[in-house]
Design a protein around this ligand. Structure first.
Ligand SMILES: Nc1ncnc2c1ncn2[C@@H]1O[C@H](COP(=O)(O)OP(=O)(O)O)[C@@H](O)[C@H]1O
Ligand SMILES: [Mg+2]
Length: 227
């Protein structure tokens, strides 16, 4: 097993500049390694910094110190210090992310929202849309919705589009922030299956799951955060 992610002494404190510079320490000296085929779950109370850590791993949140080594192609990139252009390239080829909420792009049909990460890798449109359709069908998004923009979808439907998009390109690393929070039991079971398949294919996953059943089903290891 080789580490796909290695976090070294990562620290993050938010500073509220609009509120007199109040400081909110989130984590200090955090360490975490995730190997190919593992699903490490971040567990801890609300406010413990789970989403902040995932955002740092994705390059959406700048840590104050420490490093986030990510296996990328033949080499390694430190997401904490890489320039935006490199972070974008790591996201395209290596790093997938299912955020808590879908940021729907106006007028883009659900099928294309899901196919887009594959199109960005140069996959032909028919192949990309076929994979997108397969995922949308598994996640029970009715076919009549595939040509519509997700902006008007229900919360649960948007979240399923978001999940389909995250799994579409089979990135070597996948970050999941409470992907099952607004799903019913049947759709939760599909997400558990998708995660199992990704692990079997060698994906390294880091996830936050609010429900114990999902966490127990998918975790190879639990990383506790106290806040
Ligand atoms: N953008 C932000 N600016 C300031 N404080 C934030 C920001 N995002 C999160 N926080 C604070 O950081 C702490 C950790 O938040 P978060 O990472 O969302 O925790 P979790 O996902 O474990 O619930 C919380 O106290 C939260 O209020
Ligand atoms: Mg969170």
């Amino acid at each position: 097993m080789t580490d796909q992610i290695r976090v070294d002494s990562l620290s993050k404190t938010y500073v509220l500049h609009t509120q007199g510079g109040i400081e909110i320490p989130v984590f200090a000296d955090a360490a975490l390694s995730v190997a190919s085929g593992e699903c490490v779950t971040l567990h801890g109370p609300s406010g413990a910094g789970k989403s902040t850590l995932l955002r740092c791993l994705y390059g959406n949140c700048k840590p104050d110190s420490g490093a986030i080594h990510v296996s990328h192609g033949e080499g390694t990139v430190d997401i904490a210090s890489a320039p935006p252009r490199v972070v974008m390239e790591v996201r395209r080829r290596t790093l997938g992310y299912v955020s808590q909420f879908l940021r729907a792009i106006p007028r883009v049909p659900a099928l294309d929202v899901v196919a887009e990460p594959l199109r960005a890798l140069g996959v032909p449109v028919e192949t990309a849309q076929a994979r997108a359709g397969e995922l949308l069908a598994r996640l029970r998004i009715p076919e009549r919705l595939w040509s519509l923009a997700p902006a008007t979808f229900s919360g649960g439907e948007q979240q399923r589009v978001n999940i389909a998009r995250g799994f579409a390109a089979r990135h070597p690393i996948l970050l999941l922030d409470e992907p099952t929070a607004s799903l019913d039991a049947r759709n939760r079971a599909v997400v558990i299956e998708l995660i199992a398949e990704a692990k079997a294919a060698g994906t390294a996953l880091v996830g936050v799951f609010h429900d114990d059943e999902v966490r127990e089903a998918v975790s190879t290891r639990v990383h506790t955060m106290q806040g």
